[in-house]
Design a protein around this ligand. Structure first.
Ligand code: LLP
Length: 463
């Protein structure tokens, strides 16, 4: 593939840097006409003058065809990330289970299926999406602290690979339901290793004060009485300490604790056939500031901590595979000079991308055209009626005018999957780009779809 026109798409390691919607199945050519070259890809995002193309697609032309705001994903960049991780894992008996919550669009899941990637799910909705996209049940793991009995039964019914169990009550429910279905469930204990992931408090999961997993002491008791579980094969360990982790140290510490526990269990006669190391690998949201860990370094830590482990390894990356492969295209509705600050009001809002409102997350924002202009400082906001609808405060940007097309970068993970219709704004379209062509993989929601299921209170009943 390396010699092909638009491949490989290098995602910069150091991070330097109202027309009608098309039909979902419609693939449109949109080749760069003049100097098509590898420069027309994501790697060129490191320079300030090269945001006009993404995966070979001219973004101005694309925005003439698809109404903004919309999300665009580079299939090449996603394949590239999968490939990087798979190469780093070479020689290990390891499986990648994409954390579906990061981006649950069926077309993205299909890319995962085609690359042999499985799924880490947290609901029956995600299970159905994964199966629908062609990810086989035997490549699906089920995580989450609040799996309902119905969800557990549904996952047992299709024969998923493994349950990552987070409480004794869940373990007993799994045993009961597996017995009813006369099947044996394979299960891993999610260990809470009490490690600080050094990330945002709202996405830290591996401290003992967090709701996730159980302590090693509790897990030890589960294994000691595992023989009583007639329909659960408790032979796995799972750990996930948080998300957007930018240092190997928290991973190292967590895995050392898991490895020590695995050795103890083996000596006590409890074979561990699978160790799931979770997700959490961080990406670059802020050029020149965020320094993500390379896949090879991350896998190096896994190799080191579990050097003598011979069972199956599972990884649950979400953000790493898709975040930097996505952008949110949006137009400036107007520039509004305020008393103290100047506001750039976009047609995208917090309902399209919640991360800045929810976690004060930084996303690089750039104009698509590279016309030289003086720089100025804006608060970049959406039209939603609350101050929290702010993408960036005091951000330096080339002077913009109404109608200007902007890119909000690295929105491929936890963008659309967390979107809402707040302020009765329809869900935005999603477009997959691939080497100069695009396909709409979710059309913009119609008003009728948005209100489907709502009805006047006509039939009053007593419970
Ligand atoms: N495995 C488990 C059990 C998880 O809970 C998660 C994410 C992952 C894997 C994938 O983590 P990743 O590789 O994507 O870091 N909405 C937040 C992120 C929430 C992450 C929740 N769990 C955000 O936008 O930053």
């Amino acid at each position: 593939m390396a010699g092909r026109l638009f491949l490989p798409v290098a995602i910069p390691r150091a991070c330097a840097g109202n027309p009608p919607d098309a039909e979902a199945s419609h693939v449109q050519p949109m080749m760069k006409t003049n100097t098509a070259s590898p420069a027309a890809t994501m790697d060129t995002y490191s320079t300030p003058t090269s945001h006009s193309h993404f995966d070979g697609v001219d973004l101005q032309q694309l925005a003439e065809r698809i109404a903004t705001p919309f999300h665009a994903y580079s299939a090449s960049a996603i394949r590239q990330r999968i490939g990087e991780l798979q190469s780093a894992l070479a020689g290990l008996d390891a499986g990648i289970c994409f954390a579906v919550k990061a981006n649950s669009n069926l077309a993205i899941l299909q890319l995962m299926a085609q690359a042999g990637v499985g799924a880490d799910i947290v609901s029956v909705g995600e299970l159905r999406r994964a199966l629908n996209a062609g990810i086989p049940a035997e490549r699906i793991v089920f995580s989450g602290v609040g799996k309902s009995a119905d969800e557990i039964a549904g996952a047992l019914n299709v024969g998923i690979m493994r349950f990552n169990v987070e409480s004794l009550d869940e373990l007993h429910t799994l045993q009961r339901l597996a017995k009813t279905q006369e099947v044996t469930a394979r299960a891993a204990v999610r260990i809470n290793p009490d490690v600080d992931a050094q990330t945002h408090a709202k996405i830290s999961t591996g401290k003992s004060e967090n709701k996730f997993g159980v302590s090693i002491d509790e897990a030890r008791r589960w294994f000691a009485s595992r023989k009583r579980l007639s329909h659960v094969q408790l032979d796995g360990l799972h750990v996930h300490i948080g998300s957007q982790i930018l240092s190997v140290e928290p991973f190292r510490l967590a895995l050392q604790r898991v490895a020590a526990f695995w050795r103890e269990l083996e000596q006590a006669g409890h074979p561990i056939n699978s160790i799931d190391v979770g997700g959490g690998l961080g990406v670059c949201y802020r050029a020149g500031v965020d320094k993500p860990v390379a896949a090879s370094d991350y896998v190096g830590v896994i190799r080191e901590a579990l050097a003598d482990y011979r069972g199956k390894l599972l990884l649950e990356p979400g953000r790493y595979l898709v975040a930097e492969a996505g952008v949110l295209l949006t137009r400036v509705i107007r520039v509004k000079p305020g008393v103290e600050r100047s506001f750039l009001v976009l047609d995208a809002a917090m309902n399209d991308l919640q991360r800045p409102s929810l976690y004060d997350a930084w996303h690089d924002i750039v104009p698509v055209t590279d016309a030289p202009r003086p720089m100025t400082t804006y608060d970049i906001v959406g039209p939603v009626c609350e101050t929290g609808d702010t993408f960036a405060r005091g951000r330096e940007l080339p002077e913009c005018e109404a109608g200007e097309l902007l890119l909000i970068k690295a929105t491929g993970a936890y963008g659309t999957s967390m979107a809402s219709t707040y302020n009765s704004r329809p869900l935005a379209a999603e477009v997959l780009l691939n080497q100069g062509r695009y396909a709409v993989v979710r059309r913009r929601q119609h008003f009728e779809e948005m209100i489907a299921g709502e009805q006047p209170a006509r039939n009053w009943e007593t419970p």
